[in-house]
Design a binder for this molecule. Sequence first.
Ligand code: SAM
Length: 285
Amino acid sequence: MGLRFDIVTIFPGLFAGMFDYGVVKRARDGGLLSIALHDLRTFTGDRHRTVDDRPFGGGEGMVLKPEPLAAAVEHLGVARKPDRNTASETVILLSAQGKKFSQQTARSLAQCERVVLLCGRYEGVDERVTELIADRELSIGDYVLSGGELAAAIVIDATMRLLPGVLGNDASSEYESFGASDALLAARATDELRSTHGAGGLLDYPHYTRPAAFRGLAVPQVLSSGNHDQIRRWRRKQALKKTFANRPDLLASADLTADDRKFLQTLKEQNLETGPGDAQSEDSV
Ligand code: SAM
């Protein structure tokens, strides 16, 4: 049946068309993925279909009440929290206070059969939802959105790409930014040419397509050389350069060879000589 996502939101209309294009649509059409939308107001018990109320203790704004969210999750037939097998079905509250969503999180969600995504609004959600109903809070980054809907869409998009069969070539998701621990483990076991891996915990290398020259900038010559070994090595260096320039924090946990470390050392030395920011435009490496 594939992976099923349920989104609980006060604005189901926000998702109109969002899952009707490209890879997500193909995955849905192929039965690898299904996405159901649930209007939180359906699970209210009063005439006004009230989903929010004023915060205890005073303060700004409104807070989403716990009862409609609890009723929605119970309606979906998901097991209650202490009995829930979170490896196969899990309930997630999108929240700026949550643990940071990452490729690793997406990988673990892709193993599930069912993921319920609760979208907050206003000042947030009554904390008892976190304690009694959701298995975890997830944040998509260190900024505050006006609602959990865009965050839910991001979680779905990043996760469904990792389902077997969704991408034409499953290796695509292994050799891209933040790519695959499994591929790396296999490579490490056989001591394969790790220095030429596309990802390995690094950012992806730069990609080029036609035209060969664009506004005076030519595609790096090595890419037209036909020498696949040289191309792999060049790409590895570019991935190291990009990660060094844009996300040096990733280097601490990246899978690096002795050659990689040597190359990074030269980048650091160049950086010290020329100042930060120049390493990325340096093309001789
Ligand atoms: N008062 C909250 C705080 O400071 O953390 C912010 C509430 S925000 C305006 C409303 C809703 O947007 C949240 O309940 C959550 O569902 C969603 N949201 C906001 N930022 C998010 C983020 N970085 N990741 C995931 N969801 C987020």
